[in-house]
Ligand binder design. Structure first.
Ligand code: GLC
Length: 438
C-alpha cells in the first residue's frame, strides 16, 4: 500500500523534476549563448554554473560572489536558484549527471551527498589540490564527511549543527532552568502554555524530507539509539529505544505542545512560529540566530541556544549538517572552479559570509574570531558542539536509506502505521539495501 503511494508520488516528482531540469538547462544555455554572441563586450569570461537552494543563493549573491568576480575579472559565477529542500536540489544535480554532461561546474554539496556523488564518479578528486596543513584549519568532522574511500571530493564551505532554541526570558520569568531531559522540555512547555505565554511548546521538522532524518538522528541519540552503524552496517531502527524516540515525537502532538501541522513543517515554517513568539522551544540550525535576533523580530534578545535534551541513557545529539564545494568531472573549467573554491572557502570569504548571513564556519579559527564572536557570542560554544556532532550514516546508499526512514517515520508520525510496524519495515528494507541479514 505504502509502496504504491510512493511510486505514484515518485512519478509526479520525476515529472516535476524533468520540467525543472529543462528550465535550468534553458537558463544555463541562455547565459552561455549571450556570452558567445557578444564575445567582444564580455571578453568571454569563464562562466561557472552553480545550483543551490533559493535562500542560500540570496546570501551568496549579496556578498562573496561579487567580491570573487571583482578579484577575478575573467570568471563569472552563474548562480541558479533551486527549490528550498536539500533532497530536491540533490535530485536536480543527480538527474543532470544522469542525463549526460552536467551543466554545473561547481557542486554545492550537502554533507550527506558526498559518498553517492563520489561513488558514481561525478566529481573530480581534490585530494592532491590541498595540503594536510591547509586542511587542518577546518573542523575535522566537516572534512571527514567529504572523503570517500580515502579521497577528498569537496572542501567545506560552511558547517551546520542542529540545536535547541529556547525562550530564555520566559524560562527565567517562570523560574525554570534550561531543560536537560525530554520530560523537562514537556513540563516547561505545558506550564508556559497554561500560563498563556505561548500557543505552542515545541516546534520541529516533521515533514517527509531530508530535514526529518536530520532532526530524528538527534532524538535517536537522545534516547540512546542509532540509525545505521557505518562500520558494522548494523541497523538500530527496530530497537525499543528507537520506538521510544518516535513515541516522544508523537506525544508532543497528542498533548498539544506541538501543533498538529508539525508533520508538514520544514525549517522555515518552524522558524516563523518561534520568531513570531508563538513557541517556547525550536529545533533548528544556527541560521535562525541572526534572523530571530533582528530588531524587527518579536523575540529579539530573548532567546538562547543549547544542545538537544536527552534521557539518562542517551546523550545530546547534534546532527552535523553543512555544505561543501566540489567540481563536476564534466566541467570544462576545472582550474577556474578550483580558484573559486579556494576563495569561497578562504578565511576572508567565510568571515564575510557569516557576518552577513549567519551560518556556521567550517574553519575552526572563525569560531573564536573577534568580529564573529562580537556578533554571535555563542560561537565558541558551538565549536564544541560541532566537534561532537553526529553524522548521518556516511554510506554510498545514503539517499535510499534516508528515503526509507523518511517514508516510514512519516507514516508513524501521521498515524498511518504503528511505530512498531513502521520501524520493522524500515529496518528490514534498510538491511536489504545494505545487504545485511534480516
Ligand atoms: C541544513 C543542513 C543539511 C541538512 C538540511 C536538512 O541545510 O546543513 O546538512 O541536510 O538542513 O534540511
Amino acid at each position: 500500500m505504502l509502496n504504491l503511494q510512493v511510486s505514484s508520488m515518485e512519478i509526479k516528482i520525476l515529472q516535476k523534476l524533468k520540467l525543472r531540469v529543462l528550465v535550468i538547462f534553458i537558463s544555463v544555455a541562455f547565459g552561455m549563448t549571450i556570452v558567445s554572441i557578444y564575445p567582444g563586450q564580455t571578453q568571454q569570461p569563464v562562466v561557472l554554473n552553480l545550483l543551490m537552494t533559493a535562500p542560500d543563493a540570496q546570501a551568496w549573491k549579496q556578498g562573496i560572489v561579487k567580491e570573487f568576480e571583482a578579484k577575478n575579472p575573467g570568471i563569472s559565477i552563474n548562480i541558479i536558484e533551486g527549490p528550498n529542500a536539500t533532497n530536491l536540489i540533490e535530485d536536480l544535480y543527480t538527474s543532470a549527471f544522469i542525463l549526460g554532461d552536467s551543466p554545473y561546474d561547481l557542486i554545492n554539496m550537502d554533507v550527506v551527498w558526498t559518498p553517492k556523488f563520489a561513488a558514481a564518479g561525478w566529481l573530480l578528486d581534490l585530494t592532491d589540490k590541498i595540503s594536510q596543513e591547509e586542511l587542518a584549519a577546518f573542523s575535522q568532522k566537516d572534512v571527514e564527511g567529504r572523503r570517500y574511500k580515502g579521497k577528498l571530493y569537496a572542501i567545506p564551505m560552511r558547517s551546520d549543527v542542529g540545536m535547541l532554541y529556547y525562550r530564555e526570558d520566559l524560562l527565567k520569568e517562570a523560574g525554570f532552568n534550561p531543560p536537560e531531559s525530554f520530560n523537562d522540555l514537556i513540563k516547561i512547555s505545558q506550564t508556559l502554555q497554561e500560563k498563556g505565554k505561548v500557543d505552542w511548546g515545541y516546534v520541529w521538522q516533521g515533514k517527509q524530507y531530508e530535514g526529518l532524518a536530520a532532526m530524528f538522528v538527534e532524538i535517536l541519540e537522545g534516547f540512546g539509539s542509532y540509525w545505521v552503524n557505518p562500520e558494522t552496517l548494523e541497523v538500530g531502527l527496530d530497537q525499543p529505544e528507537t520506538l521510544a524516540a518516535i513515541e516522544f515525537l508523537k506525544n508532543t502532538i497528542q498533548i498539544d505542545i506541538s501543533p498538529p501541522g508539525v508533520t508538514t513543517y520544514q525549517e522555515e515554517e518552524t522558524r516563523r512560529i518561534f520568531q513570531n513568539g508563538n513557541s517556547v522551544f525550536l529545533r533548528n540550525w544556527p541560521y535562525v540566530w541572526p534572523l530571530a535576533n533582528k530588531v524587527s523580530s518579536s523575540i529579539d534578545g530573548k532567546i538562547a541556544i543549547k544542545p538537544m535534551v536527552h534521557t539518562k541513557d542517551g546523550s545530546s545529539g547534534a546532527c552535523l549538517g553543512g555544505w561543501a564545494l566540489g567540481i563536476s568531472k564534466s566541467s570544462k573549467h576545472p582550474e577556474a572552479a578550483w580558484k573559486a573554491i579556494k576563495y569561497f572557502t578562504s578565511e576572508e570569504a567565510q568571515r564575510k559570509f557569516i557576518l552577513e548571513a549567519g551560518f556556521v564556519p567550517s574553519r575552526r579559527s572563525l569560531f573564536l574570531d573577534p568580529q564573529i564572536v562580537a556578533k554571535y557570542p555563542h560561537y565558541p560554544q558551538l565549536l564544541k558542539v560541532v566537534d561532537q556532532a553526529v553524522l548521518r550514516p556516511p554510506i554510498a546508499q545514503y539517499a535510499q536509506a534516508s528515503d526509507i526512514l523518511q517514508r516510514y517515520l512519516s507514516a508513524a508520525l501521521t498515524n498511518r502505521m504503528t511505530p512498531e510496524v513502521a520501524m520493522k519495515n524500515a529496518a528490514s528494507e534498510t538491511r536489504q539495501l545494505l545487504g545485511t541479514k534480516n
